[in-house]
Design a protein. Structure first.
Ligand code: GSH
Length: 231
């Protein structure tokens, strides 16, 4: 259950949900966490790259009504939903985590777009495809120049938040996106980017610890992410 809301569906009455992704947090993790916090039963299917290729050959990664060809693949009562952002938003709504106030909901979307597009897409991803001989320099620039001002923006939002969450009084999908990002960086998965990039930001670090302490997240991490918590 979210720490602060009652789930809108239960395992007994809700849809049959299967979320398929690799055995990694990646873009599937916000949706997985939302369902977990909502107490919503789902099949957490993890596949290898080879199995994913088989799924593609078998036509399981496409559907005439669904815009996508990749993982994560969310199946709800036999219907497909592609795109991790849409999947997370759907799961957050099922979990009762989406603010009903339009302004608050837009602020959630604002934070998510900043994390997904500006930080992950435009700042981190170009360093993944950098030629080997440029990679170390790109990662140094990422850690020392490019990431800190963006994280500072989120740190400032949290500094002024009375709840310690990014938007309003309750945990939202935006917090889950930030949590997954910080766990990725904090575990030093990105070569050349030290965890101090996160811990230098007091309020982001406190946010990460706050989510670590939520019972459902604690149990999820113990079962699925044995290297967490890192802070
Ligand atoms: N826009 C998609 C991107 C999904 C995506 O990039 N999936 C990657 C893994 S993170 C994938 O399935 N790669 C294997 C492939 O395309 O063959 C989303 O957010 O769901």
């Amino acid at each position: 259950m979210p720490p602060n809301k009652k789930a809108k569906t239960s395992a007994a009455t809700g849809p049959v949900i299967k979320l398929t992704y690799f055995d990694l947090p990646g873009p599937a993790e916000p949706a997985r966490l939302a369902l977990t916090l909502g107490g919503i039963a789902f099949e957490d299917k993890r596949v290898s790259f080879e199995e994913m290729k088989k799924m593609r050959e078998n036509g399981e990664l496409t559907s005439p009504g669904s815009a996508g060809t990749q993982l994560p693949r969310l199946e709800v009562d036999g219907k497909l939903l592609h795109q991790s952002l849409a999947q997370g938003q759907y799961c957050a709504k099922l979990a009762g985590m989406q603010p009903t106030d339009p302004w608050q909901a837009a602020k959630v979307d604002e934070a998510i777009q900043f994390i997904m597009q500006d930080i992950r897409g435009r700042t981190i991803e170009p360093t993944m495809s950098a030629p080997a001989e440029e990679k170390a320099a790109k990662r140094k620039e990422l850690a020392e120049v490019k990431l800190p001002p963006k994280l500072e923006i989120l740190d400032k939002i949290l500094e002024t938040s009375e709840s310690g969450y990014l938007v309003g009084d309750e945990l939202t999908l935006a917090d889950l996106h930030l949590y997954v990002l910080c766990n990725w960086i904090g575990q030093e998965v990105l070569d050349g980017v030290p965890k101090t990039v996160i811990t230098d930001h007091e309020h982001i670090t406190a946010h990460c610890k706050k989510l670590n302490a939520i019972e459902a997240i604690k149990a999820w991490n113990a079962a699925k992410n044995p290297k967490l918590p890192w802070c």
